[in-house]
Design a protein around this ligand. Structure first.
Ligand SMILES: NC(=O)c1ccc[n+]([C@@H]2O[C@H](COP(=O)([O-])OP(=O)(O)OC[C@H]3O[C@@H](n4cnc5c(N)ncnc54)[C@H](O)[C@@H]3O)[C@@H](O)[C@H]2O)c1
Length: 238
């Protein structure tokens, strides 16, 4: 029996990096994976390779969320797992970041996660589900060169806790957890740390954590925070 046999999984930003690795691993474990992204050609290619589906989806647009979730329900009858993964990163500290840049980070990360969680809770609250939000270690420690990104990832951390607490209080069988990756080798980090950053993790390192949280093996785990950074945060905190 595969670990995610027939679970219906929606992964945002699944065309590249972490999202593509999540899609690959979860499909291999038996999930029906719906990859969404604004990058259509790359997203379609991932979906084709893993035997999943692709839908165009800008996570900052509430109407896109409504359309995508309705399509998933119409085709599969349920949504078991949502991975809020889509993201971008822009360099800028407290002196150089414009309000426009700050708002963009807030929209792509915190706001999109809010909309996704809100719609997922609505469709999962009867039969249950797992919401997995991808934050970053930038939310856990000082990262001055990516101030707006770090603040937006901090919003995801707080949001995840509140969603988990709400579902527990209401008795909804929905788990909500957050993952905090360190530097992982994907196109996103190149403008921040350059190519071939020494000691970077691989997308599969995060995908394995996503797999655990998506599976029933984590049935007693909600409102929890999982750092996947090979100890980088612990080292700085010491
Ligand atoms: N790579 C790292 O070191 C690292 C570390 C911590 C957290 N993260 C987080 O992991 C997630 C995935 O990042 P990645 O490293 O795989 O980057 P990536 O650039 O390889 O992939 C991100 C994907 O998100 C998509 N995307 C961007 N804006 C979108 C939007 N508005 N709507 C839908 N899709 C959109 C992109 O098209 C792309 O396919 C992000 O949330 C990122 O912040 C990454």
């Amino acid at each position: 029996m595969k670990r995610l046999q027939d679970k219906v999984v929606l992964i945002t930003g699944g065309a590249s990096g972490l999202g593509a690795a999540d899609a690959t691993l979860l499909a291999r474990e038996g999930a029906k994976v719906i990859v969404t992204d604004i990058s259509d050609d790359a997203g379609r290619a991932v979906a084709k390779r893993i035997g999943g589906e692709f839908m165009h989806h800008d996570v900052t647009q509430e109407a896109d969320w409504t359309r995508v979730i309705a399509a998933v329900l119409s085709k599969h009858g349920r949504l078991d797992v949502l991975v809020n993964n889509a993201g971008i990163c822009r360099v800028g500290d407290i002196e150089t970041t414009t309000l426009e840049q700050y708002r963009l980070m807030a929209a792509v990360h915190g706001e999109s996660c809010f909309i996704g969680c809100q719609q997922a809770v609505q469709v999962m609250k009867e039969r249950g589900g797992s919401i997995i939000n991808i934050s970053s270690i930038a939310a856990l420690r000082a990262t001055p060169p990516v101030l707006a990104y770090a603040a937006a990832k901090g919003a995801i951390r707080a949001l995840s806790l509140s969603v988990a607490g709400h579902c527990r209080d209401k008795g909804y069988p929905i788990r909500c957890n957050a993952i905090f990756p360190g530097v992982i080798d994907t196109p996103l980090v190149v403008p921040v740390v350059g190519a071939n950053f020494p000691g970077a993790g691989q997308p599969e390192d995060v995908a394995n954590m996503v797999l655990f949280l998506a599976s029933d093996e984590s049935r007693f785990v909600t409102g929890a925070e999982f750092v996947v950074d090979n100890g980088a945060t612990a080292r700085l905190a010491a």
